[in-house]
Ligand binder design. Structure first.
Ligand SMILES: [Ca+2]
Ligand SMILES: [Ca+2]
Length: 231
C-alpha cells in the first residue's frame, strides 16, 4: 500500500495560471505526486483488519510534555522521518519512496490545501512520468486503477489565506473527488482535526465510514483523537 500527498493547493497567478497545471491537477488517468510513502515490510507484516485504524505519527513521541492538549504518540503504529529527526525505535518507520525526500524536518506533513491519496503497491519506476510545470521536477502518475481513496482539503469555495490569488477550480479530477473539502485552515488550532463521517455502526460496534468520493460530505471537523473517530 502506498500513500502520500499529491497536488497542493494551486492558485491562479502569473506566470503559472491554473491552465498551466491543469494536465497534472485534473487528470482522469491518475493522481500525480512526487512525495509518497509505503508501509514497511513485505505488505503482509502489518495486516490491518476491517474496521481497524492505524496511527501514522509525524513523531512517535509523547507530545503532551509540551502541552497537555497534545497526544502521547509513543504507541503509534508507524512513524515518519525527516532529516535530523527523532526516531522512536519501537515504532516502525514509513518508507519514503517518492521521487525526492521530503524537505521539512519531521517528515511529510499533510495539511489544509493538500490532496491525499491511498493506493495499491506500484512499481514506481514503471509509472508514467512528466515534469510538474511550476518546479520542472519529475512527478509520477499513480494510475486510477490503483487508487483506493483520495481526499482533497482545498478551499474550493473560500478565498486563499493571503487573499492574493483565487484557488484553481479543482485540485484533483472529479473522478476521484466530486467536491473538495473546502475546509477552513486549522493551522492555528492543534486540538481539532478532520474525521471521516461514520455512516453507520454495525452490531458489535464496528463503525462503517462514509466514502462517497465527496470530501465535502465525507469529512467533518472534530477533536484531534489519534486512532479513533470522534466528533
Ligand atoms: Ca521509528
Ligand atoms: Ca518524524
Amino acid at each position: 500500500m502506498i500513500w502520500g500527498r499529491g497536488w497542493h493547493l494551486h492558485r491562479d497567478y502569473t506566470p503559472f495560471p491554473c491552465a498551466a497545471t491543469d494536465a497534472i491537477r485534473n487528470d482522469s488517468l491518475g493522481v500525480w505526486a512526487i512525495f509518497f510513502h509505503r508501509f514497511p515490510g513485505s505488505g503482509r507484516d502489518f495486516p490491518v483488519a476491517p474496521g481497524e485504524t492505524v496511527v501514522v505519527a509525524m513523531d512517535a513521541v509523547d507530545h503532551s510534555v509540551v502541552h497537555p492538549a497534545f497526544p502521547d504518540l509513543r504507541s503509534a503504529d508507524f512513524e515518519l522521518l525527516g532529516p535530523g529527526d527523532v526516531d522512536n525505535p519501537d515504532v516502525p518507520n514509513a518508507v519514503e519512496i517518492g521521487l525526492r525526500p521530503w524537505f521539512r524536518s519531521h517528515g511529510l506533513d499533510m495539511t489544509w490545501g493538500d490532496e491525499l491519496f491511498l493506493a495499491l503497491p506500484s512499481d514506481i519506476e514503471s509509472l508514467h512520468r512528466a515534469h510538474e510545470p511550476i518546479t520542472g521536477e519529475d512527478w509520477v502518475r499513480v494510475p486510477t486503477e490503483s487508487v483506493l481513496d483520495v481526499v482533497t482539503l482545498a478551499p474550493h469555495n473560500i478565498a486563499a489565506v493571503d487573499q492574493l490569488a483565487t484557488p484553481c477550480a479543482v485540485s484533483v479530477n472529479r473522478r476521484f473527488d466530486r467536491l473538495e473539502g473546502g475546509f477552513i485552515s486549522t493551522w492555528n488550532d492543534t486540538t481539532i482535526a478532520l474525521h471521516r463521517r461514520i455512516l453507520r455502526t454495525e452490531t458489535g460496534g464496528r463503525d462503517i465510514l462514509q466514502d462517497l468520493n465527496i470530501s465535502f460530505l465525507d469529512l467533518v471537523i472534530g477533536k484531534r483523537s489519534p486512532g479513533r473517530i470522534e466528533y
